[in-house]
Design a protein around this ligand. Structure first.
Ligand code: HEM
Length: 527
């Protein structure tokens, strides 16, 4: 047989295999499942892309990536799950019913996290985010201690100082009468990313990477965004991803993929330099240990000789915290700032709470002094501000899609029989907009959270649930309240009426464009 004939044969077999895997198998299976479960399920098939295509269409037509899903839910009130295809032809269940979501997340032994994105794997495969089983348990136990609610008070000085430095520089550039357009998520992310960096390494991230204008943190955040964009907008990269999945950077790399890999390598090398330097310092002088993640790691390894904690996990875990804690928390605070701008009464009420509580607890009047005196206890007592953040998380949960889970043993979830190899995608948005739990679900109403009866822990799950829930949730809420307290004390938040706001599910779910509000110096007299 000639080379050409071989090539034609292989190409034909590949096309037939892909047609079966991506089109015929999922279509038949979805039809079968619809017959079996009837109106308990909504079914969706999108050629080669699963829900990704549905979200793109929905953003274009309705200005909300999740608009179609929301409409489907409302027109199918009996549905407990959406069954759809994933990009690779896998069958995926997205449960709607909170009880079923709870059952999935409380039985992690039946699932593994399915992480296919090559950049995510390159950056985090040896981190808590991607690990499974016993390895994950060890990491979670070690990290869990530092993220305990009471431990977060140790990071408050870092959070206060970073918020003040970022938002304070905006204030310095404003005269009493002027106002300035604010890129809300971008500015909030510059706080949240720096907080993770400082909490991890104990100093700030000003050091530049050779050849880049960015600080180390900015470079990492920008690599993550760029690598997601490649899949979104480069069709060739996406097709390669469908075929090679997590190895797609390894085969026939495109120029843009090569660049990402180079940048990833550089970032890891920079982080490694920091770790090695600190290790040497501590070996020379153990009395230098401080309260930060890196020193705690090195203490376990060098002093306590803990075999479970390994040096090779340090950088991946730092990158994982940065990935998990920057964009999410930035979007939560950015969304809150947007809603406060749209609702002046709520904004005033939140500001009044902060000023009254701080004045009651401290002997000072000026906004700057109040912020400087603010303690961990004050922040935990900002109940209304807490409700503002929760209401933003309900309406626009930044982590709307958790990593898909792959079923590793057949199991029953409610009436649904899940087979080994199926995927489970969780869409928290469904519970968050359930009108039976939240009256007027589309309305931004923080006061609903002041009434404890209205809370339903399984319908409101922005931080996921079960043993693999968000380890950084207390840190995120304290950061959020601290940033909002600074903003409310120092600025009036004014809506940018020129922008047409949309809701996009990309790396996080959030509002676009980013220039959502103006800040004006708060010159009111509160005496
Ligand atoms: C508003 C802010 C945040 C939201 C909405 C959020 C949401 C979530 C969600 C939904 C998960 C589960 C993901 C999954 O199972 O696939 C998760 C996991 C995680 N989050 Fe967060 N997160 C936030 C902030 C943070 C912060 C500030 C940090 C740390 C600096 C953090 C670190 C992590 C880590 C390490 C995991 C993986 C935990 C594990 O697998 O054991 N998150 N987060």
């Amino acid at each position: 047989m000639s080379f050409l004939a071989y090539f034609a044969l292989i190409a034909t077999v590949t096309v037939i295999y892909l047609a079966f895997r991506i089109v015929i198998f999922p279509k038949l299976k979805i039809k079968k499942l619809k017959n079996k479960y009837g109106d308990q399920v909504i079914v969706l098939y999108n050629f080669g892309s699963g829900l990704i295509q549905e979200k793109k269409k929905s953003l274009k037509q309705q200005g909300d990536s999740l608009g179609t899903i929301r409409k489907l839910l409302w027109s199918n009130p009996k549905a407990k799950a959406i069954i759809h295809n994933n990009a690779s032809g896998q069958i995926a269940y997205s449960f709607i019913d909170p009880e079923l979501i709870k059952q999935v997340h409380q039985q992690p032994e039946f699932f593994v996290k399915q992480v296919n994105h090559p950049a995510v794997l390159y950056l985090f495969s040896k981190s808590i985010l991607c690990m499974q089983g016993k390895e994950w348990q060890k990491q979670r136990q070690f990290f869990g201690k530092s993220f305990h609610f009471e431990e977060i008070r140790n990071y408050l000085p870092i959070i206060k100082e970073t918020s003040q430095s970022v938002f304070g520089s905006i204030k310095e550039n404003l005269s009493d009468s002027s106002q300035i357009e604010i890129q809300v998520v971008k500015i909030c992310e510059s706080v949240t990313s720096e907080v993770v960096f400082k909490a991890f390494f104990g100093f700030n991230s000003q050091n530049l990477i050779n050849g880049s204008q960015n600080s180390l943190v900015q470079e990492i955040v920008s690599i993550m965004t760029d690598s997601y964009r490649i899949f979104q907008f480069n069709k060739l990269a996406f097709i390669k991803f469908l075929i090679f999945r997590k190895r797609s950077y390894d085969f026939f790399p495109l120029q843009c993929e090569r660049e990402i890999v180079q940048r990833l390598r550089k970032v890891k090398e920079e982080c490694d330099k920091i770790v090695q330097q600190r290790k040497q310092q501590l070996l020379n002088n153990p009395s230098l240990y401080k309260y930060n993640f890196l020193d705690q790691y090195l203490k376990e390894i060098l002093l306590n000789k803990n075999q479970d904690i390994r040096e090779e996990n340090i950088i991946d875990n730092f990158l994982a915290l940065l990935f998990a804690g920057t964009d999410t928390t930035g979007n939560m605070v950015g969304t809150s700032i947007f809603y406060l701008s749209q609702n002046p009464e709520i904004q005033n009420k939140a500001r009044d709470e902060v000023i009254e509580l701080l004045r009651k607890n401290h002997q000072c009047n000026k906004m700057q002094d109040l912020y400087e005196q603010m303690t961990f206890e004050d922040i935990t007592n900002f109940n209304y501000l807490n409700s503002v953040l929760k209401e933003s998380l309900r309406l626009i949960p930044p982590a709307v899609n958790v990593f898909p889970r792959k079923v590793i043993k057949d199991l029953q979830i409610g009436k649904f029989q899940l087979k080994k190899g199926d995927a489970v995608n969780t869409n928290f948005i469904c519970g968050h907009y359930n009108p039976q739990v939240f009256k007027n679900p589309e309305q931004f109403d923080p006061s609903r959270w002041m009434n404890a009866n209205e809370q339903n822990q399984f319908s409101f799950t922005p931080f996921s649930l079960g043993p693999r829930n968000c380890i950084g949730q207390h840190l995120a809420m304290i950061e959020g309240k601290c940033m909002l307290a600074y903003i409310l004390l120092n600025f009036e938040i004014i809506p940018n009426l020129k922008v047409k706001v949309r809701k996009e599910a990309k790396m996080s779910y959030g509002l676009i464009p980013d220039n959502l509000v103006f800040f004006k110096k708060n010159c009111k007299n509160y005496d």
